[in-house]
Ligand binder design. Structure first.
Ligand SMILES: Cc1cc2nc3c(=O)[nH]c(=O)nc-3n(C[C@H](O)[C@H](O)[C@H](O)COP(=O)(O)O)c2cc1C
Length: 251
């Protein structure tokens, strides 16, 4: 049976029901990146142009990808983390004329309405805790360095073990106004579609460096938003993915 509220959303976001956008009303557009609440020194990541893991067959990555929920105890290197961040949200260039960032993933209207948070468990050179990827700078901002963070996150995902045991869990937070500025109510469809592209890139990039991913859509929104210190509706967690090195035991 269809749940009425769910389809109501589709009904209300059909083109004839969309209100005039702030872009059409000539309001200024929001920044490409949400400023940090408390600015802090950023941690440099290896530059994408210097990263070379060799070629990996795309068809093999697509055919062999599956959701992986058990990982080895191995850590990820900072180079591998940099590679994964680059291929999921990396900013290839800023187009000042069109006021957009061109990234490694598609996004409706090139609005790119996400900030990527990371719950880090096992990455060489990084203390465990919560970080934010600063895509424009290709750097990391430490947000909450605390070994307990990941356990609390896993708890908020219904105790999903793959979050608890991940080397890193990607947490994608939506900043709706970046898309709403152009597409008004219809943006709430696009953001979820955009998020799917990001996670698929993570799946395929992970395959190429012997890692596995499990998308996470089951989580307690309010608890996760509070953990990451987000204030909905301006910003909220939309999707997550746990990731770790493949373990020969689990093949
Ligand atoms: C939007 C979305 C949300 C998902 N959420 C979860 C989740 O919370 N927990 C989980 O174990 N798997 C989750 N998955 C993984 C699916 O269960 C998995 O993709 C599906 O069973 C097919 O398996 P495969 O990815 O190995 O082909 C999610 C997948 C998607 C696309």
């Amino acid at each position: 049976m269809l749940k009425e509220n769910g389809y109501q959303f589709i009904e209300e976001t059909k083109l004839p029901n969309i209100s005039e956008s702030d872009q059409n009303l000539k309001k200024p557009q929001p920044p490409y990146e949400t400023p940090l609440k408390n600015p802090r020194p950023l941690i440099g990541l290896p530059k994408p142009e210097g990263i070379d893991f060799g070629l990996y067959d795309l068809r093999k990555a697509i055919e062999e990808r599956r959701s992986l929920r058990r990982y080895s105890d191995d850590s990820l290197s900072l180079v591998e983390l940099s590679y994964l961040l680059w291929l999921t949200q990396g900013v290839k260039s800023i187009d000042e004329k069109r006021h957009v960032t061109w990234r490694t993933v598609p996004s409706a209207g090139c609005r790119h309405p996400f900030e990527t948070y990371l719950s880090i468990n096992r990455v060489e050179g990084l203390d465990p805790g919560l970080y934010r990827y600063m895509a424009l700078e290709h750097k990391l901002a430490p947000i909450r360095l605390d070994e307990q963070f990941n356990a609390e996150l896993a708890q908020a995902c219904g105790g999903q073990r793959q979050v608890l045991t991940s080397a890193v869990t990607f947490i994608w937070a939506a900043v709706p106004y970046r898309t709403v500025w152009r597409y008004a109510e219809r943006s709430y469809r696009y953001m979820y579609l955009d998020a799917g592209h990001v996670c698929q890139n993570l799946h395929l990039a992970a395959e190429s460096i012997n890692c596995g991913v499990c998308a996470i859509g089951y989580f307690d929104d309010d608890t996760v938003d509070a953990l990451v210190d987000l204030t909905p509706p301006e910003m909220f967690v939309i999707y997550m993915a746990s990731l770790g090195k493949k373990s020969p035991r689990n093949e």
